[in-house]
Ligand binder design. Structure first.
Ligand code: F6P
Length: 367
């Protein structure tokens, strides 16, 4: 027996958008199970983010309950594929120029008979998907995911927990080799402009120094901290650096990737070199990069993905659109999408985690 939906929606689309992370497949499983088992809806998975709707024949796959019988819940990445470039409002044509292809996406949604769309993304994706769906009258519900954990109005975004686990495990593995060789180990982690991963993994993994974009540092401060560590008789130290930390002159440190794409990357090597120059310590640098995104989803990410998926489908069934599911005050809620997009959340320098970190003597390079 399927439940009656007050919205009358019978066919929905779902897509993953922006950088992938662990836990996306748990969301897809949850959306599919809830939509098909509870409401008898048909679910179409859109491949490669909204790009799947720009192909000559829309690139979609039916999502059915039996697809999720195997190991998909446990897998990192997204079975649908995703895309973090190619804004449809400013879409690269291939000859160096750009074209607004938003109308093509809206048309494809209508051609496929989609009565609602569930989009799983971070703040950038949510913003684009919201503009697209409002333009074409496609009812939309968002589910938050990002390893960066910088979305406003939700205490949890899927993918962040696994990223913190992976970074913490990296520190667990760096510590014995640091101690064996009497070295300062520098670990660079992703997070875009927010220092959440560096801060949380750094505290959990026993870092001596944590550098985040929200706090300005000086080499002198880092040097004094390392001196205190060595004076205490310890022969190694652990330093975590968020990728968006700038050099001492305040410049971004970036890497040029394929197709001319510039990303954050390399500040760990800069800090490692400067520590060696200033202290004489032997340093080694590890850049975790995309390892943070591909980990086996943590129980928390699987659990939150499941909770968010069910809540999002329930919103569709009730006809409550233009909203994002969120986690706050120990429960799943939903909020206006506009609020979620507007409420970017960097590390709060007065947060309990920061206070605890400072309370146990972790150096942020500002004292
Ligand atoms: O937003 C997620 C994220 O992994 C950031 O932490 C990082 O800066 C960026 O994406 C990397 O993007 P790409 O996968 O394009 O290299």
């Amino acid at each position: 027996m399927t439940a009656i939906t007050s919205s009358g929606v019978k066919k929905i689309g779902v897509l993953t958008s922006g950088g992938d992370c662990a836990g996306l497949n748990a969301i897809l499983r949850s959306v599919t199970h809830r939509a098909t088992l509870t409401y008898g809806m048909e679910v179409l998975g859109i491949r490669n983010g909204s790009a799947g709707l720009l192909e000559d024949v829309p690139n979609v796959m039916p999502l059915t309950e039996d697809l999720f019988n195997g190991d998909i819940l446990r897998r990192g990445g997204t079975i649908l594929g995703t895309n973090n470039k190619g804004d449809p409002f400013h879409f690269p044509t291939g000859d160096g120029s750009f074209r607004d292809r938003s109308g093509d996406i809206v048309d494809a949604c209508h051609d496929l008979g989609l009565e609602a769309l569930i989009g799983i993304g971070g703040d950038g994706s949510m913003d684009i998907l919201r503009r697209l769906t409002r333009q074409g009258g496609v009812p939309f519900v968002g589910i938050p995911k990002t390893i960066d954990n910088d979305l406003g109005c939700t205490e949890v975004a899927v993918g962040y927990s696994t990223a913190v686990d992976v970074a913490t495990q990296a520190l667990d593995q760096l510590q014995p080799t640091a101690a064996s060789h009497s070295r300062v180990m520098v670990l660079e982690v992703m997070g875009r402009d927010a220092g959440h991963i560096a801060l949380n993994a750094g505290v959990a993994g026993g870092a001596d120094v944590i550098l985040i974009p929200e706090v300005s540092y000086s080499l002198k401060s880092i040097e004094s901290k390392l001196q205190r560590v060595f004076d205490s008789g310890r022969n190694f130290a652990l330093v975590v650096v968020a990728e968006a930390v700038k050099d001492e002159e305040g410049n971004k440190v970036t890497a040029l990737q394929s197709q001319g794409v510039e990303t954050y990357g390399g500040v760990g090597h800069y800090i490692g070199r400067r520590i060696a120059e200033e202290t004489g310590a032997e340093t080694r640098v590890t850049v975790l990069g995309h390892l943070l995104r591909g980990g086996v989803p943590s129980p928390t990410d699987r659990l939150m993905g499941t909770i968010f998926g069910v809540h999002a489908v329930d919103l569709v069934a009730r006809g409550e659109f233009d909203r994002m599911v969120a986690w706050t005050g120990r429960k799943c809620v939903d909020i206006p999408l506009a609020d979620a997009i507007a409420g970017y959340r960097a590390v709060d320098p007065d947060s309990s985690v920061m206070q605890a970190a400072r309370g146990i003597g972790i150096c942020f390079g500002d004292d």
